[in-house]
Every structure is written in structure tokens, then in C-alpha cells.
Write a new protein. Sequence first.
Length: 134
Amino acid sequence: MKAIIQDMNRRMIKSTINYEEFCDEILKIDNMIRFVGVFVNGAFHSKMQAGTKSYLIEEDVQKSLRHGILRWKSSELFSAKIGKLNCQVAQYDYLFQITLPLNDSVMCLISTELNVEPFKIAEKINKIKSNYFE
């Protein structure tokens, strides 16, 4: 019974996520992370690295994240054959864009400078997300 109550309490804590704090933790991973955006239930939470100028306006960032979600959902068609998609990395002329799920209903978009290893950044985010998401 005690274990059930502890699990319920843990879930309650994680259900009240402080997205600003989460974004701050992600930005602290590496000062080459430019931007963190979280899309959950139609709401968008985001933060820029201090002193960084955005290439996109907020509306374009949200569109980019929505397209990332669509790409992610389409990849689920093949997961039974090739496995679950853990993250997507796109390289543009000016930055990397990393898209990864935080849980079944929350998606994260991160942009970084080109002089980072995006899969190492994704690994670090996956470690941090377990403190916030089921």
C-alpha cells in the first residue's frame, strides 16, 4: 500500500510541471543550445539562451514544432518494423534542430549551434526529462 501511495505522489508531482524550470535546465546543458520549446496540449512554452537572437519569429517556431510533431507521428507507422524513434535531428545552414518526445503527449524542440554533437545533447535531455515526465 505504501508503494502505491508513493507512486501516486510521484505522479502528482510530475503532473504539475514547471516548464520554465525545465527549459532552464535544458539551456544549462550547453551554452551552444540556442532555444528550447515544449508543446503540450496545444500550449507552447519556450526559452532562448541569454544573449541569443532568434532566426524565427514565435509563430514560425510554433509551426516548426507542429511540423516536427507530424513527422514524428508519421514515423510511428514504421515503429513495429524498425523500432521506436527516439529523436530527430535536422541540420540547417545555421543550426541543428532536435525534436524529441518528453512523453506520449509532450514534444520538445531544441535548436543548437552547429558546433555541438546533437545526439549527446539529446541523451542529456533524456536524463533530465525523467525528473519531470512519466
